[in-house]
Design a protein around this ligand. Structure first.
Ligand SMILES: Cc1cc2nc3c(=O)[nH]c(=O)nc-3n(C[C@H](O)[C@H](O)[C@H](O)COP(=O)(O)O)c2cc1C
Length: 377
């Protein structure tokens, strides 16, 4: 088939999958378009690059089961606040409860305003969610990864190792297999906190946290970096300082100090992509990158991939009002995947075909490969 024939099939698939997205759409994409969507997160192979970023959409087993059913590639669980054996949390200010949430347009994209922060139920409840995620992962239904916010000291203070030890061991025990896959969250509200006033302090965290965690279990570690309140060069410096992680998630939401809230939208993706565009002295292979921030089309997935991201983590786009998705049936996750993959103009397939047509992406053994977008970086 020629590129133009693929485009005709795409328009048809987009229409018919509005009613029902096949669970194994990556196999369909490979058969029909000869496009291999295989991707990678934290060293794990994925059927396609799209996962769910940590937040309110991965708080309970029901959400994970719906995502598994929809064919999502992976889900990062809501961030839990670390604790020591007595239950003391140095980052307790992040375990606040808040239900009010507002989804609104912001520039060429969407943002959610919400004042809540980390997991606000018991640590035992979190471990139960981790075990449910472990079972879904073992069945090959959905890769799930817990997320933690651990103690972060001021420059002159030591790390509270009891929190690192207790929390890491408990998660590793609940996961039951080695290595434990784990994401460490450096959140946007942290960027707004006085704790993050000093560059040196942030750089120390990024350098030292991997060994603090790994001292207590075999861990494959992703570090999700915040957008600090400094310039683009400092974002690069943070990425370099995080080189002890296996994967770096780039970059969590922006922080509006005046309103005291985190936000996303086009300003977020513009900044993230601009920082990733800068020449860096990072080793090309390690750590690998996972993109996050205002991803609401296949075109944006490709923009992150071209800058080295072998997977992406969306949150806001899975939370839009139903009428914003072109699909008419299915869960929000299915409807989001449908448009992200099959939109005839800005979907992942369309953009990969477009790159083939203009010579930016070539077939290998007859197939276009998603991961070749990252390799070209
Ligand atoms: C309401 C809300 C809650 C979030 N909670 C967390 C969290 O607990 N831990 C975390 O690492 N990221 C959290 N995030 C960040 C998202 O996972 C995501 O990285 C970020 O919002 C950028 O992607 P997006 O523009 O697709 O939303 C949260 C985001 C939102 C909007």
């Amino acid at each position: 088939m020629r590129n133009s024939d693929f485009r005709a099939s795409l328009a048809e698939d987009f229409e018919r999958f509005k009613r029902e997205l096949p669970r194994d759409f990556p196999a369909h994409v490979r058969d029909t378009y000869r496009i291999n969507l295989a991707a990678r997160y934290l060293g794990e192979p994925l059927p396609h690059p799209i996962g769910k970023g940590s937040g309110q959409l991965s708080l309970n087993v029901g959400q994970l089961e719906t995502d598994a059913e929809a064919g999502l590639a992976f889900a990062v669980l809501k961030t839990v606040i670390a604790q020591d054996p007595a239950g003391t949390q140095s980052m307790a200010a992040w375990a606040i409860h808040e239900t009010k949430m507002k989804v609104e347009r912001l520039g060429d994209g969407w943002t959610i305003t919400w004042k809540g922060r980390g997991w606000d139920r018991s640590f035992e409840d979190y471990l139960a969610l981790v075990r449910a995620g472990r079972d879904l992962t073992a069945r090959g239904a959905l890769l799930t990864v817990p997320s933690v916010k651990y103690h972060l000291p001021r420059l002159e203070e030591p790390f509270r190792d009891e929190e690192y030890a207790f929390t890491t061991r408990a998660l590793a025990h609940a996961w039951g297999r080695s290595p434990l896959l784990l994401e460490k969250d450096f959140s946007p509200t942290l960027a707004g906190d006085a704790l993050a006033d000093e560059r040196e302090q942030i750089v120390r965290w990024l350098r030292e946290v991997p060994q603090r965690i790994r001292a207590h279990a075999e861990v494959r570690l992703a570090m999700k970096l915040m957008n600090a309140r400094f310039d683009d060069d400092f974002q690069q410096e943070m990425m370099n300082a995080a080189s002890g992680a296996d994967t770096v998630v780039v970059f969590n939401r922006l922080f509006d100090a005046e309103r005291g809230v985190a936000y996303g939208g086009s300003e977020l993706s513009a900044r993230n992509l601009r920082v990733l565009d800068q020449p860096s002295n990072r080793l090309t292979v390690q750590p690998s990158l996972s993109g996050t921030g205002n991803i609401h089309s296949g075109r944006l997935i490709v923009e992150y991939a071209r800058r080295g991201c072998s997977s992406v983590q969306l949150h806001t786009f899975f939370q839009l009002p139903l009428e914003e998705y072109p699909a008419t049936h299915g869960s929000r996750t299915q409807r989001a995947l449908h448009v992200l993959i099959f939109d005839p103009r800005d979907g992942l397939i369309a953009v990969m075909l477009e790159r083939e047509a203009n010579g930016a992406l070539e077939r290998r053994n007859g197939e276009l490969h998603f991961l070749d977008l990252c390799a070209a970086n």
